[in-house]
Design a protein around this ligand. Sequence first.
Ligand SMILES: [Zn+2]
Length: 137
Amino acid sequence: MKVETSNCMLYIHPTKKGLDEPILDELTMKVLHAVRNKTAKGVLHQDGSFSKDISTKGVHHCTACGGNIHSGSQDIMLPNGLITNTLAVHYVAKHRGELTQEDITKINTLAECADTCVPPTEEELGKGWMIDYYSSY
Ligand SMILES: [Zn+2]
């Protein structure tokens, strides 16, 4: 999904396989913190509007990692009003080199993560719950 709006971030299509070891720095923790504190789940439409409490028909895979790395069937609204997808933490932690400057600028506007923040789980880093059958398309 390609969405050209100013109120969303991290809708990217990585071309290089993700890092084996995620980058867990301030930028990643900010995104993680925001995702954990989401204010709503729903669907982001192409025109940038957001409908709460509905789901898309499917999920999207990381274009570079594929396989078992995929989003959920909902987009999420962050505490500051930005909308992102459930692969946001995966993208920032594993595809840092492919983020746009605009995404990085937006991430920097997110609230700081407290020192007590728990590092992301495998699931938060994008590992999905689907069996391989579903991952083949
Ligand atoms: Zn990936």
